[in-house]
Design a protein around this ligand. Sequence first.
Ligand code: 5GP
Ligand code: 5GP
Ligand code: 5GP
Length: 210
Amino acid sequence: LFCASQDFDFFYFVQQWPGSYCDTQKNCCYPTSGKPDADFGIHGLWPNYNDGSYPSNCDPSNPFNPSQISDLRSSLQNNWPTLACPSGDGMTFWSHEWNKHGTCSESVLKQHDYFEAALSLRQKANILKALTSAGIEPNGGSYSLSSIKGAIKDAIGYTPFIECNVDSSGNSQLYQVYLCVNNSGSDFIECSVFPHGKCDSEIQFPSFYA
Ligand code: 5GP
Ligand code: 5GP
Ligand code: 5GP
């Protein structure tokens, strides 16, 4: 081939609400570093195509290497905590995310820069502050999907996609927030395509007690 095809078009930057990861049928486990803050945590930074499809596991020859992120370890523990069972220090989660997603954007972000880019985006997108400023609190109350999206758009400047999951009583609730990021990983952009998945028009925002 004469031209390198473009690796990917944009990233989804995905944050998860720990209260909604933990109150489903499946249980959660706190990381060995301690209970996470009652705040949104990073799930991942995912290369995507404009047609909605996405590449994955692009470079098995460049697997996750913990020594390359040793300087980011405490920041990752605070901002990218793992809630899966059994409890771990986060390395398994970060390794999964690098191997599945990060290797598909390594032409623009090497491993250290990939994690640093995600941490920097997290600092720029304080979802909990955006919501609480609009009176949307993690107190188990129900809020309209449109008010949640509007509060995030007002605070951050871009329309998010909201992914819901279902609590153990069957209620639709705020689980993950997707924002789109340019293909250098530096700035938020409007999404050209949204993921799939249904929320009710009113969704719960469960608490996550400290
Ligand atoms: P689920 O099937 O639970 O929605 O997603 C499982 C996993 O597939 C996600 O955690 C993520 O790794 C990947 N995934 C799901 N949807 C998308 C998407 O729209 N774009 C990308 N890049 N990855 C996705
Ligand atoms: P994805 O859905 O991104 O492909 O993969 C998520 C994987 O990371 C799953 O294997 C899941 O068990 C693991 N994982 C570890 N910690 C977490 C966490 O805090 N949240 C989510 N959503 N997945 C986690
Ligand atoms: P509209 O484009 O009128 O806002 O929404 C069209 C449909 O997409 C509605 O069924 C609405 O519930 C759904 N929808 C809009 N935004 C989101 C979102 O952020 N997350 C999810 N899961 N569905 C959405």
